[in-house]
Design a protein around this ligand. Structure first.
Ligand code: CTP
Length: 445
């Protein structure tokens, strides 16, 4: 029996895939098809695959050409598969000519001519891109603009900044700059709000009223009343407000959450997270309502607390050292949360420097995420018996911003509003900020 194997993403299955699989099948008696997992695609830089692994496997299965379907999960797996499955022929399209010659040591390698004129990439780009208007506070959101280029199905429509006239050089790929938020909305399909937190409520509300989906830098609002109103408005209109908090979209971090759910360190008793960044920037003279340390860094530090321990804490204590009390600009803030059976502690600030690590302690072991944990590609699970320690590494491109944009595009396109940050978590963050501004549970040092 001649056994054949081939691999691919098979996203939005098309005629090119079908023809390749038919010809591959005809080369032998048994065909194995390896479908790339989302993780593996991401690791090799293909971040825009539209369908899930299950959907893609299902589509291949429905063709009734494959005798066996496997998932391709890691670099180097092909050699393993070929040996394990006793493969005689490895087949791939001619776009890969030469790339898999190293497999000749293990089996015959055949490059089949690729079908002209069709590809998953073309199919994906057939949808008109979502034109995203971007609002920003003081600085140009250079990173976000740059990262948006990696996101298929997205184009930047324009930029809204307070002093548009003063911007000397228009950033590359930005068609227009304005200081009129309504103009930005007029010329966009959706909006990315990166302005000061005090403006979020107003800006989100206007966008939703016009039927636009919103990607907003966390926090969504600084009052729970406003948050609730916005969520209600969004849901009544079938729209989404997606938290732009890059960590929530980093693969290492999302994997970490799943592992904790599976009980890898037993019951979680404590979460300790620290996010600081020493800035020379003068926050003493900052305007009220602009980003303070708690909004800028505290939100990251709180994220794992609420995502791991939930939002039903019994009590909290916010300890703050203000740089400017009147404008609520804090240099350092520490928050302790008490849960039934667990505790958490977060430290954040711009006038303090500390180790930006995340430690999650459990009854069987602990997770250690080294600094800067909020843009991590790596973490360790550690036990009393060190020989059992495990290390996890996931490729991270561009510190996570492109992934949050991609999640937004997919969410808008599929109308499946799956959020990486649960509404309850998003609201819990807003609640802490609200209490901070109202002086509730707050101790000044
Ligand atoms: N293939 C083909 N003809 C096409 C497209 C793909 O023969 N027009 C082959 C590829 O060479 C590969 C297999 O189908 O052997 C799976 O390819 P995949 O990368 O999943 O499809 P593409 O359409 O090339 O995807 P993308 O545009 O995302 O790269």
């Amino acid at each position: 029996m001649i056994k054949v194997i081939t691999y691919g993403s098979f996203d939005m299955l098309h005629e090119g895939h079908v023809r390749l699989l038919k010809r591959a099948k005809a080369l032998g008696d048994h065909l194995t098809v390896g479908v790339t997992t989302d993780d593996f695609d991401r690791a090799r830089g293909k971040i825009n695959v539209r369908q899930s692994l299950m959907e893609r496997i299902e589509a291949v299965r429905n063709l009734d050409l494959a005798d066996e379907i496997i998932a391709e999960e890691y670099e180097g797996q092909k050699i393993d598969d070929i040996q394990r499955l006793d493969i005689d022929i490895f087949v791939i399209g001619s776009d890969w000519t030469g790339r898999f010659d190293y497999l000749r040591e293990y089996c015959q390698v055949v490059y089949l001519p690729r079908t002209e004129g069709i590809s998953s990439t073309d199919l994906r780009s057939n949808d008109a891109p979502i034109s995203l208007g971007v609002t920003s506070g003081t600085a140009l959101p250079v990173k976000a603009l740059e990262q948006s280029r990696y996101v298929n199905g997205l184009s930047i429509s324009g930029l809204c900044v307070p002093d548009a006239g003063a911007v000397k050089e228009k950033p590359e790929g930005v068609p227009f700059i304005t200081d009129d938020y309504r103009e930005l909305l007029d010329r966009s399909d959706a909006v990315y709000i990166s302005s000061d937190p005090s403006r979020h409520y107003e800006e989100i509300k206007l966008a939703l009223e016009r039927g636009m989906n919103v990607l907003c830098r966390t926090p969504i609002a600084i009052r729970t009343r406003d948050f609730d109103e916005l969520e209600e408005l969004a849901s009544s209109k079938g729209l989404v407000i997606v938290d732009a908090i890059k960590t929530a979209y980093c693969q290492a971090y999302t994997r970490l959450l799943l592992l904790l759910k599976s009980g890898i360190i037993g019951e979680v008793l404590s979460v300790d997270s620290t996010c600081t960044s020493l800035r020379d920037q003068d926050i003493e003279d900052a305007d009220p309502g602009t980003w303070n340390s708690l909004c800028l860094w505290g939100i990251f530090a709180m994220l794992p607390v609420f995502q791991i321990l939930g939002t039903d804490y019994v009590s909290k204590r916010i300890i703050t050292r203000f740089v400017n009390r009147k404008t609520f600009h804090d240099g350092f803030t520490k928050i302790d949360f008490l849960y039934p059976g667990a505790v958490a502690s977060v430290k954040s600030g711009q006038n303090v420097k500390s180790e930006g690590e995340l430690v999650i302690s459990g009854t069987r072991g602990y997770v250690y995420v080294p600094a800067p944990w909020w843009k991590t590609d790596y973490f360790e699970v550690r036990y009393e018996d060190q020989t059992k320690n495990r290390r996890f590494f996931y490729q991270l491109e561009g510190d996570g911003i492109r992934y949050e944009m991609l999640a937004f595009v997919n969410s808008v396109r599929s109308k499946r509003h799956t959020k990486a940050v649960d509404e309850s978590v998003s609201r819990a963050i807003v609640k802490v900020l609200e209490d901070f501004y109202a002086g509730v549970d707050l101790t000044e040092i």
